[in-house]
Design a protein around this ligand. Structure first.
Ligand SMILES: NC(=O)c1ccc[n+]([C@@H]2O[C@H](COP(=O)([O-])OP(=O)(O)OC[C@H]3O[C@@H](n4cnc5c(N)ncnc54)[C@H](OP(=O)(O)O)[C@@H]3O)[C@@H](O)[C@H]2O)c1
Length: 260
């Protein structure tokens, strides 16, 4: 259960930076970590999960703020500098201490709220599309979500022809972000063949996704469906099936570092 409480102010250890949080964003990951869901995750990453709940009772990964103090060995950031980053937890508080490598200076053209919305979702999109060559045809299923809105813009910046998939209310937003074509999944069947298919919704069976990828194309899976929680495998199920199918397909299947 989420509640407001007084907690000890964290201290910047060696190699860490203490940040005064000005804005934090909420990602699907925070929901997973708070609920210890799916259950298999409790055994996968003990720095994030304990058997009984989150390893750190203060949730929150993404943040933007100002440097309050630096730990031993951090020499390239000064107190008062504006930064943003992605920690494991603790960002839904006034202060968070994170390793130096997990934050950077905030771009001057972003305010704190905008900067805090970037790290996890933006990094996920960037990682998912890191293989993109020039002028590929890219299908993004879940183009209107946290990761998808970054993915559409990254693909366009790489000169891809982007086809977005989202629901009716988001069709115009997907076009405004740069998608040339949009499938409204509530009314239409997705058709065609694409050089890259990025599936962020996880609601389609693997065989259906593979039909949408060119024989020499790339299928990228991130997340696994709109489940209500409480399952053992949750979003990991589709990713695991993708890995199991891998030796039997010519297509490349990528799995980015975060399946959360
Ligand atoms: N957010 C992160 O930082 C992050 C990081 C790593 C992994 N992930 C994983 O990546 C996945 C997407 O995360 P997100 O934060 O982008 O989620 P989100 O903001 O909830 O977006 C979900 C997207 O999927 C679309 N969608 C829902 N049902 C669909 C269906 N049946 N067919 C096609 N599209 C459908 C939604 O479209 P409408 O809203 O238009 O219905 C929306 O565009 C999740 O599985 C998450 O666990 C997220």
């Amino acid at each position: 259960m989420l509640s407001v409480a007084e907690v000890e102010q964290p201290v910047a250890g060696a190699g860490e930076v203490l940040v005064r949080v000005r804005a934090a964003s909420v990602n699907a990951r925070d929901w997973h970590v708070m609920r210890g869901d799916p259950k298999i995750a409790r055994w996968m990453d003990r720095s994030v999960f304990s058997r009984k709940g989150p390893a750190n009772p203060v949730p929150g990964g993404d943040f933007a703020g100002t440097v309050e103090a630096v730990g031993e060995g951090v020499t390239d950031l000064a107190v008062g500098e504006e930064v943003f980053g992605e920690g494991n937890s603790g960002a839904f508080a006034e202060f968070v201490a994170v390793p130096r490598a997990l934050l950077d200076r905030k771009p001057a053209n972003l305010n704190f709220e905008q900067a805090a919305a970037v790290p996890l979702a933006g990094n996920t999109a960037l990682t998912c599309l890191s293989h993109l060559g020039d002028s590929e045809r890219v299908l993004i299923i879940g183009a209107s979500g946290g990761v998808g809105t970054f993915a559409v813009q990254i693909a366009r910046a790489r000169h891809a022809e982007v086809t977005a998939v989202c629901s009716t209310r988001n069709v115009e937003a997907a076009r405004a972000l740069g998608a040339e074509h949009v499938f409204d999944y509530t009314r239409e069947t997705i058709t065609g063949r694409f050089d890259t298919v990025l599936d962020l919704a996880g609601t389609r069976p693997l065989r259906e996704l593979l039909r949408l990828v060119e024989p020499t194309g790339t299928l990228v899976l991130s997340g696994g469906g709109n489940f209500d929680g409480g399952s053992w495998f949750g979003p990991v199920g589709l990713l695991a099936r993708g890995q199991l199918a891998r030796p039997f397909r010519r297509e490349t299947q990528r799995r980015h570092r975060s399946t959360r």
